[in-house]
Design a protein around this ligand. Structure first.
Ligand SMILES: [Zn+2]
Length: 328
């Protein structure tokens, strides 16, 4: 794990390190708030040789194995794409075979992986603190994979705990949800998140925090990827001029344009923008046109799994945005 310094995770970590009786938990929280980091820390705490309140000791052999993704009693079920993208999964990524460049990494937790996990759960624990199966994000299981897990979720082998992480429990099968005790991770308040981003070296953190919809880890990732507050502030007018889309991976363009569309609608209706700084969003002439643009963006978003032909897509998205944002 790379991140043990997310201060807002200390309280939930302390609270859930000694969980109530049970064997299956659903952690409801956003990755951009640190839900994955919390889940990894909890798994480490549950397997720690020096079981202690407050969190893992961080120094025992078991903690070392957890931190290096080598603990034989800790199994992570995550899609290839998440392994490839998520900074907190760097140690896990290192143990996987390098993906061949030809195939797009899967965004699903496959039924084969679930079956393998079930087999794993039946083997006896290697160390003395039981076993932990971590699913991130749990909603990456389709119905077949979910159904394969049901029986294990209801009645796992002795000593096995399951921790399912999702930012949207409604996307899980109801039968899956009902078998878990639910925890809700509240993200940090704006002041805590802003102070944390500042300590991470992010300039004008409040601008990027709003840009990321209040999710501090997302804001930090964007900053690390080269997006700064000035570029974000300039983005709406850059789009209106047809001068290009933000310096982010193409799959994030649609999400950014949806934020711009949201704010343009807010401004057109006389309300303050939510994602962009006040004054940066031009006043569009037609709410009807903005509404049609929103529909078009949602249609593209629904196909986000398709291959991205970046130049064509850029042109199309820009043309749509320019038409919708036409100003007085
Ligand atoms: Zn330990």
């Amino acid at each position: 794990m790379t991140d043990t310094d997310l201060p807002w995770l200390a309280a939930p970590l302390a609270q859930w390190t000694t969980p109530p009786r049970g064997h299956a938990w659903l952690l409801h929280g956003a990755a951009g708030d640190g839900a994955l980091e919390l889940a990894l820390r909890l798994a480490q705490a549950w397997l720690c040789d020096n079981r202690q309140p407050g969190g893992p000791c961080g120094v025992c052999a078991s903690c070392h194995l957890s931190q290096t993704a080598l603990h034989p009693d800790l199994l992570l079920l995550a899609p290839e794409a998440h392994l490839a993208e998520h900074p907190a999964l760097a140690a896990w990524r290192a143990r996987e075979d390098a993906p061949d460049g030809k195939r797009k990494p899967s965004r699903d937790i496959k039924v084969d992986a679930v079956r393998h996990a079930i087999d794993w759960s039946h083997a006896s624990a290697s160390r003395s603190q039981g076993k932990v199966m971590l699913l991130f994000p749990a909603d990456a299981m389709n119905a077949v994979a979910s159904n394969a897990l049901l029986k294990t979720l209801e009645e796992p082998p002795a000593g096995v705990r399951l921790l399912l992480v999702t930012d949207d429990p409604e996307r899980l099968l109801p039968t899956l949800r009902s078998r878990c005790q639910r925890w809700r991770l509240q993200g940090p308040d704006a002041a805590t998140a802003t102070a944390w981003l500042q300590a991470q070296g992010v300039a004008e953190p409040q601008v990027l925090l709003a840009a990321a919809g209040g999710l501090p880890l997302t804001a930090r990732a964007w900053a690390a990827g080269g997006l700064d507050a000035a570029a974000w502030r300039a983005l709406p007018r850059q789009v209106v001029r047809g001068a290009g889309l933000p310096d982010l991976p193409p799959p994030q363009w649609v999400a950014v344009l949806l934020k711009l569309c949201h704010d343009a609608m807010a401004v057109a209706a006389g309300a303050p923008p939510r994602y962009f700084p006040p004054g940066s969003v031009p006043e569009a002439v037609s709410l009807t046109r903005l509404d049609a643009w929103r529909g078009a963006l949602l249609a593209v978003a629904a196909h986000a799994e398709h291959p991205w032909h970046a130049p064509l897509l850029t042109e199309r998205l820009l043309a749509q945005a320019q038409a919708a944002l036409r100003v007085k």
